[in-house]
Design a protein around this ligand. Structure first.
Ligand code: NDP
Length: 488
């Protein structure tokens, strides 16, 4: 029998009203730790619903722009407070819906609050520069101006933090928003939007619509009233987003996959490196774009590192992330579970050897969810699928390198370039790594998966379109510049 919580149906939010889709159909969201539990139902929206959402955002954009940056910032402070008041409920929903452990979900929600406060503060910061004119009687300055209606399309792995790190800067810099979350985590997204709704934003400033990415997501990007699109998700979908946006000449920003390396040099602190690899590789069940998925170890310390890594991996407790003492939850969905298993099989077929894990976990509560063991491969060749493709699961590939030069070459040998980390105590090695590595996030003696909200975030190569999110860098995407010249 369903609980009251499970029966809840979440609506679209358009023009400050929670409304059902004209399709009269919903999509169910289930708990990956217990597939019998329905977390909620979201609207299976149509292009007509999408049209209403974009029209609402377009109608609201001038008044929102004219409200002024400081007033917009004040509203974001209110949203932050409301999310903070509801933190436990939001975090629990997040864990039920995508499976990460409750402490991780709480951490992500608290991060969402901090991001909102950061951008609320932006409301009181400068929005341009004075530039000396060659005419001594003139005043010349730049002024940031919003883009208009911004589409926000997000993945399921950080269903609180990613939407907020896009929506908060979009709003404070004066844009209105149409937000289409990942279907897998749309109930959590609805709870976040509810906090925006309760803060009393003007009608049409934030619009929320759920449903199939290939239907309403695509229609959003193709809509003539959309002025920009910010997307985080897979490389395949991102390519299509880029083509559609470029064809219409609108601004677009893509953050996509990663195949993040960790280099361990012969002089590294091996205990610290092991701790970081476990955290970066297996937290959130490896479903982070910045997860550590390739560990490249200098031959001189390979055996010692490997032994310690296995010892620590054995301590990982897997189970329902709502339960105390559980360190790693299930894969977020059946399709993710299938993908992870497919890569493990491919790794074996291509000749890699399993050092640890590799099997789905079964028996007892495991039978109810999508569980795989933390998995470590060795004897991995650089051209194998498990060394090249993003798995998005708890799978680590160990590779050997004779020296730092070979390690960096291996680290750069993928199409991705999001995050990269090195463990070393040699200043020359770390300086060389900083210079030579192809990655947007370069981490020294720290795990690959750490991100600070006040610093630019984004990748190189196929991981990104090269623009940066978060911190002050977000202003570059969400605004354009007017250069003003006033003759006295
Ligand atoms: P997807 O690309 O499958 O989906 C992302 C979003 O795009 C979802 O909202 C999805 O909707 C929507 N979508 C799907 N098809 C289309 C389409 N044709 N047009 C427009 N929108 C569409 O990614 P996942 O949700 O599976 O997320 C995992 C991916 O996200 C990984 O590759 C990961 O690396 C990446 N990621 C990157 C980050 C970064 O900052 N670099 C951070 C976090 C994740 P629907 O759910 O309805 O299909």
């Amino acid at each position: 029998m369903q609980t009251a919580f499970s029966e809840k149906t979440y609506k679209n939010f358009i023009n400050n009203e929670w409304i059902e889709s004209e399709s009269e159909q919903t999509i169910k969201s289930i708990n990956p730790a217990n597939k019998e539990e329905i977390v909620g139902y979201v609207q299976n929206s149509t292009n007509t619903d999408l049209e209403n959402a974009v029209q609402a955002a377009d109608k609201a954009k001038n008044a929102w722009r004219k409200l002024g940056q400081a007033a917009r910032g004040q509203l974001l402070f209110k949203v932050a407070n409301i999310i903070e008041e509801n933190l436990n409920d939001i975090a629990e929903t997040l864990t039920r819906e995508m499976g990460k452990t409750l402490p991780e979900a709480k951490g992500e929600t608290a991060r969402g609050v901090a991001i909102l406060r950061y951008y609320a503060g932006e409301g009181m910061r400068k929005d341009g520069d004075v530039i000396p004119s060659s005419d001594k009687d003139a005043l010349m300055f730049t002024k940031r101006t919003p883009l208009g209606v911004v589409g926000v399309i997000t993945p399921w792995n950080f269903p609180v933090a990613i939407p907020i790190w896009k929506i908060a800067p979009a709003l404070v810099y004066g844009n209105t928003v149409v937000f289409k979350p990942a279907t897998e985590a749309a109930v959590t997204a609805a709870k976040i939007v509810d906090c925006f709704a309760k803060a009393g934003l003007p009608e049409g400033v934030v619009n929320f619509i759920t449903g199939s990415g290939s239907v309403i997501g695509q229609a959003l990007i193709d809509h003539p009233l959309l002025n920009a699109i910010t997307f985080t998700g897979s490389e395949g979908v991102g390519e299509g987003v880029a083509k559609s946006a470029a064809a219409r000449g609108i601004k677009f920003q893509l953050e996509m996959g990663g195949k993040n390396p960790v280099i361990v040099t012969k002089d590294a602190d091996l205990d610290a490196a092991v701790e970081a690899v476990i955290s970066g590789g297996f937290r959130s069940t490896g479903q982070k774009c910045t997860a550590s998925s390739r560990v490249i170890v200098e031959t001189a310390v390979y055996d010692a590192f490997k032994e310690k890594l296995i010892q620590e991996t054995e301590k990982i407790t897997v189970g329902d992330g709502l339960k105390e003492g559980i360190w790693m939850g299930p894969c977020a969905s059946e399709s993710q579970f299938t993908t992870v298993r497919k890569y493990i099989e491919q790794g074996l077929e291509e000749g890699a050897s399993l050092l640890y894990g590799g099997e789905p976990l079964t028996g007892g509560e495991f039978d109810k969810g999508f569980y795989v063991a933390p998995t470590i491969f060795e004897n991995v060749k650089p051209d194998m699928a498990i060394a090249q493709e993003e798995i998005f699961g708890p799978v680590i590939a160990l590779l050997k390198a004779a020296d730092l030069e070979e390690a960096i070459k291996l680290a750069n040998d993928t199409k991705y370039g999001l995050s990269a980390s090195i463990f070393t105590s040699n200043i020359g090695s770390l300086l060389e790594f900083i210079d030579e590595i192809d990655a947007g996030l370069v981490r020294i003696n720290a795990e690959s998966a750490g991100v600070e909200l006040q610093a630019p975030f984004g990748g190189m190569k196929a991981s990104s379109t090269g623009s940066r999110e978060q911190g002050e860098a977000a202003k570059e995407f969400f605004t354009t510049i007017k250069t003003v010249f006033i003759k006295g």
